[in-house]
Design a protein around this ligand. Sequence first.
Ligand code: 26V
Length: 799
Amino acid sequence: MQLTKEKFKERFERKLDDYFENDIKHASNSELCAALSAVVRDGYAPQWRRTRISETHEGNKQIYYFSIEFLPGTLLKSNLLNLGWLKTVREALKEMGLDLDTIAAAEPDMALGNGGLGRLAAAFMDSLASLGYTGNGNGIRYKYGLFKQKFVDGYQKELPNDWLKDDHWEVRRESKAVPVRFGGKVEMVDDDGWLTPRYEGERVVQAVPYDIAVVGYKDGITNTLRLWDAEIPPQDELKYPTIADRRKVEDLTSILYPDDSNYEGLLLRLKQEYFFVSAGLQSILNYFIKDLKQTDFRKLPEYVAVHINDTHPAMAVAELMRLLVDEHRVDWDTAWKITVQTMSYTNHTIMAEALEKWDLSMMQDLLPRIVQIITEIDRRFVESLKGKTSDDVIERTRIIKNGRVHMAHLAIIGSHSINGVAALHTQLLETDVLKDFYELYPKRFNNKTNGIVLRRWLQIANPELSDLLDQTIGTKWRDDSNEMLKFENFYHDTKTLNRLEEIKLDNKKKLAKFIKKETGIEVDPTAIFDVQIKRLHAYKRQTLKLLHILKLYQDLKNGIDHPKRVVIFAAKAAPSYVFAKQIIKVINETANMINNDPDIHGKLKVVFLENYNVSLAERIIPAADVSEQISTTTKEASGTSNMKLMANGALTVATMDGANIEIKDEVGEDNIFSFGLNKDQVYKYYADKSYHPRNIYENDPVLRDTIDSLKEVPNCNGEPQALVNNFLSDNEEFLVLADFEAYLAAQKAVEATWAQKRIWYQMSLVNIAHSERFDVDKTIQRYAQDIWHLKKLHIEKTK
Ligand code: 26V
């Protein structure tokens, strides 16, 4: 819908009056934000309705993306951008004496995810709608999103994140509620020749969907992200007489598990997994039967694809079997064919600690019928392989062993497609982690390298850079990221290179101001802004960065000069991940020590910003000069902050891990600082147990001094020593010391390049131009073609 400034102002003022009986002079930012969001909702409402009607009308195949996490961040500016209203609204507000960014800052982050996996799910939603594919998100409406992080005396403290109190986007759809059954006993009885389950003593909760519109970019469509909440079924109120009974139901969707460092087999988590899977599948079958008026379930895969995002929704395989066989009386073999054709699965990590294995007896108590079905799937799987492969392979690949249910195995056996998220990751799945399965089902495996919403990370986060692209290559790149490659034609253009430098400096000034406001630390915007932003994990090696910082500090103390540098961290640690929290403490105290040492004349600053989330990322990324992607090779499945930073012209310091390899392929080795052990070297260390960090420590005086200086970090309670002990132990899995020397060399190269600004910005320009390869739209095109087999929806456009 076309929007003029005048029309907008009128609507905006009317909303403000309707909602708050207020005017722009007196309204608070959160009131302004609420009114603005209401205007936006009215803007996409007709398109949202039309999308739903056309879906049913055309009966186009739809993808349902099942994910226990979605991390959209804020939606106001992104909805404005996608509606094509961003510029008009920004200008109109300015004319009214208001600032869009200030108003938008009042929107809470919708942080229903931990990190990369959840953010990717949200990016996929945006892209599906933008490309015109009917795609639905299916997840949980957590009352509290990922915890809010605070530092107290340098330690991480976690606070609840009550995002719902200011949310403006969700729509409760009670009419679409479905029941989900837990516990009790199940017995199979003959009903007219059909073995039917009879339940006894079960508890039923009501799953109520809250829908959030996913507005596609410009000519896109408006899809739905459906998040389920648990309620007491109205007819069962008497069964939940006490507050404690009620709380049990509310608890189901109350918190997002903040742990992406270790698999924890907790009952509540199992309940959450079954809850959103069952609700989602029931709502899909309701659509298939009631809206599409289909009766032949063999046609389900022509209309529906269900994607299992990591193993958390893997029970979808068993639940779809249950619904088909028990509720709709489809015979087992047919139901199994339908299920495998419908399901596809993405693996997001090779880390063994992340693999979900549910205790069979716990599952039995909570989901007796699902256990029967999984047992039967397992039995048939084993049966089908007997005589065809070795008993060892059967034992390694089966779903139930030693009293535990292996969720990845269930997902793989029940899906027609299994993919990794970057080329190296997929290769490791095929040759190592899932090798047995790859040999059983080679055709099911494929790679789909991750992507990012370039629109958000450029047009929203970095409007100045976006304008520069407009002025150099024209505006087409905003609709077609391939156009960005043309930016490389400006490689020798001094004016463009200077402008790039100015823009970066501007963004750094803004971030410096923010840092001052948040932390009181004064940083020089002309310094190198060296950024590592991601979850805090041993494998991501924030510790390697820490050692580099200590080395720089020592040099400066000893009169060895380095260019000015500001190291910026932002990272949350899982509340129970002790080592990660110790790292936070040590970095914070190192920062205090360095930032307050007059001897080094402000040549080095260390800033650890609190509460990393999508909004903070939008502030940091446009201001980054250096992007730290230094995980132990083989451990980072893909990474996506590497792509966002590249798109904003930061130069990457990287191990050849995950998507870093593809970034290097794309920009060429002269435009990235790569270093460190390669995959074979890492695997050799593991295979022959030849990693002896103490030898490295003893034979490398530079490293020794650096590690020794770590012990001197003040105001700690043993944390530095814990880090040292970890670094020096033979079973230190992440090989920090093995990469130390190479990392210092890479950082030397960074410094040398920084001294040649023209070359620096030429490299930066190449990175920006080639970030088009990681546009999530390209990723989604591949999923749509190769896995989901989708066609675009044709709808009448809003006038
Ligand atoms: C990571 C780890 C690493 C340490 C030990 C155990 C453990 C357990 C879970 C996880 C993360 C689980 C899934 C996840 O978030 N993976 C991330 O997915 C992103 C999107 O595909 C990808 O870019 C990241 O590399 C990957 O870590």
